[in-house]
Design a protein around this ligand. Sequence first.
Ligand code: UD1
Length: 314
Amino acid sequence: MSKYVVTGGAGFIGSALVRGLLREGASKVVVIDNLLTGHAENLDEVRPSIELHQIDIRDYDAIAPILRGADVVFHEAAIPSVPRSIQDPVPSHQVNIDGTFQVLRAAAAGKVGRVVYAASSSAYGDTAVLPKVETMSPRPKSPYALQKLAGEYYCNIFAQCFGLETVALRYFNVFGPRQDPSSQYSGVLSLFMRAILERRSPTIYGDGEQSRDFTYVDDVVALNLKAARAGGVSGRMFNGGNGGRITLNRAWALLQQFEGVELPAVYGPPRPGDVRDSQADTSAACTELGHRPQFTFEQGLRLTLEWFRAHPRK
Ligand code: UD1
């Protein structure tokens, strides 16, 4: 019998991962989530098949017995958002660095088979060359980017010094169903979804020509499952992106086209800590983890739009 633990399993990416594990036939999926940014409703229809613990990853004594003996721990719990980490750096520091340390410590003590860690493409910062390759030096531009990078380094150190298998995946702007659009810190595409369906103009920070490698959530789930099993990769970090590059102006234009409406965006000043362009080199993930992204940006965007249409604001 295999046991999987997903920290942040009630969040947008974590809950998709829980579904992915159950689809694969996992016999036991355990979720740890403090429900700060996650929502129990994200797990509604799978609730009978999982175990949900509403606890905080910073609480070592609470998480240690839950992690003990797990085959794989997927560590998705975090306080995301670049601007949030600038406006309110203490909670994100505590959860993203201290919390990650406690997860790794509990995993090592509990003889967990492997930890797969949700790292972030923000660690690259602005690079002179695109796409961004794992061998490039990191240049974090915000507390969030630094915190996620520290977690990555900690994963490597736990592999080197404490005999814990770890793999870090640098996610590139993941989007899809259940991404929460309710905060100013929400991922831009979830905000665009709400705006287009409510026939409102979105705010674009900067000129809208900044670009992102928007990655559909099911591709990230598939990558995690590969990273959980691949041999000879412990201590390593891989890009978790799609390999494309879409500007915000293009993404908003596509949504207007899908809906057959004209709603020009409102432009505001660029956000501090913002990276200009982001695009993943996916070669290492493809060759060494056997990854193959399945969803084009447009396919993912249509699926996401349909999900948001079917789940209007409560
Ligand atoms: C960053 C990371 C990403 C990580 C995420 C977690 C990079 C390249 N990516 O995302 O891997 O998962 O943090 O939070 O660093 N924007 C608008 N209008 C809005 C909201 C955002 O124009 O209403 C703009 C932002 O200024 C930015 C882009 O949209 O240029 C994307 O923003 P967001 O979705 O917050 O993600 P990143 O900060 O790129």
